[in-house]
Ligand binder design. Structure first.
Ligand code: SRM
Ligand code: SF4
Length: 521
């Protein structure tokens, strides 16, 4: 008999065969195999390939084809908040991997560790448990780290403190960080952001669900946007759901949308599986109606305007908090890269000057909050601030970069080191009056969000002198903060070796830069 069941793509097949979370039960065995094997190749051959290279991502453990045997471990960092004890645990983990070990702050206010060995995972997860960290459901067809205002609870002008809401939403999705099979087989990845400030510090427009602060009469709550996403084939800003929710409804609404997406989202083609494709198919009114049906009550219509009324802040430098005599200081972490010593130092500074807390931003930077006014001057003399400046140059200040070819096998170009070197070279040549938001991304997946940048650089390949070379497409016009909109591709296939003069011209013509030697010529 010929089967009429639709043929599943390979991702749907292996998800149907065994839930990603099921590898929780296999971890000790995988660690034993890794420990007892003569070589990594032997270990790799002894472990089921789908488990090793795919399902482990449900626990945040990413096999890296670029560095086999050395895994990437992606955490969850709700609202980008981490404490010094947690940071020390993470520092200790990467420290033991020597030159292979480091951590990156991600474009979702999160941390990823490098160099991690499979044999150490059970021990690492015990350490996580001890300090309240989790990496569960941080990869593949799961909800990514939930972003919130990085200065929640300390921002003098904030509208809603997002920390509890982000934590509650994460707990609902992940079963309090232990894993929740209700949401481990979504059609595709899923992003949620909850904004509480006036400056859209979370890039609401590029999330599958975004909550943006809005008043309904004199009640404070959120307007809801849905369907924002980037992919290699299509990028869309989120659209209004025409719904306003009270903060107490955020978790239930997220659960409703996730359930509807899980049960109805398109699964046949991975390039057409994000939430927006379902909204396209149904239309926003039917989608909204299905949410109401699931919730069992009607949603209020959106507030006529939201409270995103500021340009986006970058949080770098010294800022007064809403609490009298307390300050937060934003440190610039070049391309988001941290080494074990940096992490230990951040933890120490947070303890010595603040309340032990560290915040991360979607620009891959860090904030130390709660520094008493009379301690700020001393804090500024700390040696770490030589490396992580509070006054970075305008071309590095808002530089963002995805992982790139150093660790990511999708990458078409090297990004992080190139991004930093290019910014420094251009800084040496140009006076740039204001900071320019430059985002690098190694391939069209757009993890480095080139579409939100003033200048976005997307890795590609081109031919030069008969040879394939690393190149970039250039995006311009991304606007963040209020009235955010996506930038578009303006130039294609510029070889990386020819990029500097192109960027130099763009900075002079569009961003008011002047050559440093112009007075002499
Ligand atoms: Fe991403 C896949 C890194 C934010 C869109 N992303 C990947 C993988 C897992 C691919 C892989 O297996 O190698 C990358 C891991 C490389 C590595 O070793 O680090 C990767 N993505 C990243 C990070 C680390 C970039 C960074 O340097 O900051 C960010 C981690 C965030 C986090 O903490 O969870 C990261 N990725 C993003 C964003 C930006 C955002 O969320 O604001 C996007 C675009 C927004 C979106 O998703 O709508 C993004 N990543 C993708 C996609 C394209 C998704 C799609 O629908 O087609 C992929 C590929 C995929 O899922 O098939 C991808
Ligand atoms: Fe890797 Fe491409 Fe994402 Fe960069 S944009 S991290 S190269 S998948």
């Amino acid at each position: 008999m010929v089967s009429t069941a639709p043929k599943l793509n390979k991702f749907e097949r292996y998800k149907a065969e065994k839930d990603g979370l099921a590898v929780q039960a296999d971890l000790e065995e995988f660690a034993r195999i890794a420990r007892e094997s003569d070589s990594w190749e032997d270990a790799q051959n002894a472990i089921d390939s789908d488990d090793l290279t795919q399902r482990l991502k449900w626990l945040g453990i990413f096999f890296r084809p670029v560095t086999p045997g050395k895994f990437m471990l992606r955490l969850r960092m709700p609202n980008g908040v981490i404490n010094s004890e947690q940071m020390r645990v993470l520092a200790g983990i990467v420290q033991r991997y020597g030159d292979d070990g480091n951590a990156d702050i991600t474009t979702r206010q999160n941390l990823q560790l490098r160099g991690v060995r499979l044999e150490d995972i059970p021990d690492i997860f015990q350490q996580f448990d001890r300090v309240g960290l989790t990496s569960v459901q941080s990869g593949m067809d799961n909800v990514r780290n939930i972003t919130g205002s990085p200065v929640a609870g300390i921002d003098a002008d904030e509208i809603i403190d997002t920390r509890e809401l982000v934590q509650q939403t994460q707990d609902m999705i992940t079963g309090n960080g232990k894993g929740n099979r209700a949401f481990t087989n979504l059609p595709r990845k899923f992003n949620i952001a909850i904004g509480g400030g006036k400056d859209n510090s979370i890039h609401a427009e590029i999330n599958d669900i975004a909550f943006v602060p809005a008043y309904k009469d004199d009640r404070v709550g959120f307007n809801v946007l849905v369907g924002g996403f980037f992919s290699a084939k299509r990028c869309e800003a989120a659209i209004p759901l025409n719904a306003w929710v009270d903060p107490s409804q955020v978790v239930a609404l997220s659960e409703a949308i996730l359930t509807i997406y899980r049960d109805n989202g398109p699964r046949a083609n991975r390039q057409k599986s994000r939430l927006m494709w379902l909204i396209d198919e149904w239309g926003i009114n039917k989608f909204r109606g299905e949410i109401e049906h699931y919730l069992g009550y009607g949603l209020e219509t959106a507030a006529p305007k939201d409270e995103i009324v500021w340009e986006k802040r970058d949080f770098i430098g010294i800022h007064a908090q809403k609490q009298a005599n307390l300050y937060y200081v934003g440190l610039h972490i070049p391309i988001g890269r941290l080494y074990a010593d940096d992490m230990q130092e951040l933890a120490r500074l947070a303890d010595v000057y603040g309340n032990g807390e560290i915040r991360l931003t979607v620009e891959q930077n860090a904030i130390i909050p709660n520094i008493p006014e009379d301690r700020v001057a001393l804090f500024l003399q700390e040696p770490l601030l030589q490396k992580f400046s509070i006054e970075p140059d305008p071309l590095v200040r808002e530089l963002v970069s995805c992982t790139g070819s150093q660790f990511c096998n999708f990458a078409l170009v090297e990004t992080k080191n190139r991004a930093l070197a290019m910014a420094k070279e251009l800084t040496a040549e140009l006076n740039v009056p204001n900071s320019v938001r430059i985002h690098w991304t190694g391939c069209p997946n757009s993890c480095g969000q080139p579409q939100v940048a003033d200048i976005g650089l997307m890795g590609t390949k081109t031919r030069k002198d008969g040879k394939a070379v690393e190149a970039v497409d250039i995006y311009l016009g991304g606007k963040v903060g209020k009235d955010a909109h996506l930038g578009t591709r303006q130039m294609k296939g510029i070889p990386c070796e020819d990029l500097k003069p192109v960027l130099r011209n763009l900075l002079i013509e569009n961003f008011g830069a002047t050559p440093k030697n112009s007075a002499e010529t």
